[in-house]
Unconditional design. Sequence first.
Length: 298
Amino acid sequence: MLLEQLVTDAQTEEIRKAQGLADSFYHDLDIRGTLQFFVNRYVRPLQQLVDIGTCTAVDCAAGHGWFSFAYVLSGGRRAIAVDMDPVRIMACQQIANVLGVADKMEFIVSPIQSIPLAENSAEIFVSLETLEHVGKGNIQPAMEKICSIASKLVVVTTPNRLFPAVAHDTRLPFIHWLPPTWRRGPAKLCGRAHLDAGNDFLTPWDLSPLKAKFRPVSRCMTFASFQEYQGQYPFYLPYGRRAADRLKQRPHPLLSLYMRAATATLGTRAYWVMPSLASIMVRRDVAQRAPNASLASR
């Protein structure tokens, strides 16, 4: 996908005016780099498994809709952007109109555990860095909703509570193992109270409700192999307050060695010991044949 041809300079400037972007630390976001990140990290691994031109993808929580846009611009049949924040959904609609993809999208305001979609109504369900925000009591209902809606594939990423430190929080070692209210003191003491969002982080067994219908096929995060994971570098990471920190040139050497060993040892169950519970899962009772190489057959 050549984003330089699909997304013009005029469109990127118009997108930056969307609600939540113009007045935030994302005002200088590299729009093409952001879309390319979602293509490389999520859309291409999906294309190894299914013909996305025949698949509808539910994107929850969509935020400003970057995965949805990357998906339909890459040839995906349709995307359903879901978010519980109506302001973000309005911005998502605005950006979709700028990109000319609104006719291939649907927009729903809803929390993940209450999405008003029927059983097996979408081939793909994508939940990126969402489940840690739903609250402990909503994790099980959210899993059941994902399992119900998706008919072929599920993509999940969320910080792994078992890992000694998580990036989606204070990054203080082991602090996230404490109940949310107990973290505030240590976070304040270390000058990181502003990073404490009170998240309820998931363990690998919290994904168990998905296992009755789906089985993991990716080995290194959302990638088929450690080599594919490493091959994404350098890349633009569309997160973080400082624009200078968004270009990732290479993985941390020690983390890279750890992930290589975990992937080689545990294969499709490597997510149990990864920093993120990131995995692509396919339906157990449906043979997945990819237009190119298949993750499921490796």
